[in-house]
Design a protein around this ligand. Structure first.
Ligand code: SF4
Length: 161
């Protein structure tokens, strides 16, 4: 019987799926990804697509402390972002997932940085909507920037099973 590896939620665009606002993927280039795929650990989600947004779509940014998410053409997409975040949380609960590897700086997936809401390319400290919801519910969120920390945590988890 195969060892029951703990699962990891992962941004779908990291795995080559063309789900980003611009219709592209954002493949993560790290050898551990192939290993984790082989171990059947990775559960992909794109919160924006599962929240009902299309591909491609207008870029959106969180508007300061209001928490609202607006597209660059002024459409309020907050509800779709929240629905996508809730869907990601439900996926975590279904798979008993405690760890997520999400794309940094995305208004959904960013865990340390987000764009500042002015569509000027400036980043500020903050979390995307999905990342906020997952963190608030006890899921530890990592990004491509902090992947080495996640690798260490997963190795530790494996040593306990
Ligand atoms: S919402 Fe997350 S998974 Fe979807 S395209 Fe953006 S960064 Fe990737």
């Amino acid at each position: 019987m195969n060892k029951p590896y703990c699962k990891i939620l992962i941004s779908s665009c990291f795995l080559g799926n063309k789900v980003r606002y611009d219709g592209q993927a954002k493949v993560i280039n790290h050898p551990v990804i192939a290993l984790w795929q082989q171990q059947n650990r990775l559960v992909p989600v794109c919160p924006e697509v599962s929240g009902g947004l299309s591909v491609p779509r207008s870029p959106a940014e969180i508007q300061g402390e209001t928490g609202k998410v607006l597209t660059c053409d002024g459409k309020d997409v907050t509800r779709a972002f929240l629905q996508g975040a809730e869907h990601a949380l439900a996926v975590c609960r279904n798979h008993n997932i405690q760890f997520a590897l999400l794309k940094e700086s995305s208004p959904s997936c960013g865990s340390q940085l987000i764009y500042d809401g002015t569509f000027s390319g400036r980043k500020i400290n903050g979390q995307g909507v999905c990342s906020q919801v997952l963190s608030a519910n006890g899921i530890a969120v990592y990004s491509e920037v902090s992947i080495e920390k996640l690798i260490a945590v997963i190795a530790h988890q494996d040593s306990l099973t």
